[in-house]
Design a protein around this ligand. Sequence first.
Ligand SMILES: [Fe+2]
Ligand SMILES: [Fe+2]
Length: 319
Amino acid sequence: MRIGILKGSFDPVLVAQLRYAEECVRRLHLDKVIFVLSSSGVNFSASFEERLRMLSSALSGREDYAVLNEDGPMDDAEGIGTVAKGMFPGAEVVFLPDETETDALETEARERIRSGRPVSGIVPSGAQECIYLEGIYYPETEREHLERLRCELDPERFSHTCRVVRQAALYAERFSIDYRKARTAAMLHDCAKCIDKPTLFLLSGESEFIPPILHAPAGAVIARNRYGITDDEVLRAIRLHCTGDAAMDKLCMAVFLADMTESGRDFPAVDEIRDAVWQSLEYGMLTALRYEMRYLKTKGSVVHPATERALTYYRTKEA
Ligand SMILES: [Fe+2]
Ligand SMILES: [Fe+2]
């Protein structure tokens, strides 16, 4: 058995590093690659534990990859060799050469995440999941918002929120929308979701009691009062994320559509809506609103006047 050792900072782990490992497996006829997190020599942006979680998530499901650091940091080659041989007795251990471009790419990935840009194709999907769930590399205020939401939302709603943030970053890049605004609005869009309906009704300023949409207008109030958000575009995107409305700006449409199409969504028309969004935000809105209207009518639910306005508006846009 031949084992390759790939040491790196993995701050964060990159798609390029997994490709490099695959190439080493092929060229050097390796049976396994063991990834080792370096823990000295440079200043890391993420903690050792965060880097370990990102790396482990990126490698999960891969039988031919393993992480050596389950018991903590380890930096000397001799020690690493001994542990690797202990894990796979009798194996031949090969230390894989460092890749030269890695530092610059990791810096770029961190900068992208910090500024709200997406990292799909740069950071493996499993590692991205950790980043969005934990706010790794986020600026301090956004990380605080995320931690607060973790306490205020139930776990399912919280992971949905993190997936919406990830999806909104993709739309923001595709349609040239302010990344930080997209992240803030996406992060806080459901901030009122777990509050009781009578309180939501009071906060919402709505004249009619339509329970499923109340958390959106109430959310805008909470985002302002409790999270200190003063940007009107962000607050509007939160307020309109359930009903939509006529003439929404790009940020509003991106948040509305990210909420409906995040990777965890699984309803009959979701792929049709996803395809429509990539054509244009307006066409995405039309497709999403048509589906929503059909859905509400089948259920016999009340349709909010703003949703009616939105559908009429995006229909004329298409014509
Ligand atoms: Fe919502
Ligand atoms: Fe949502």
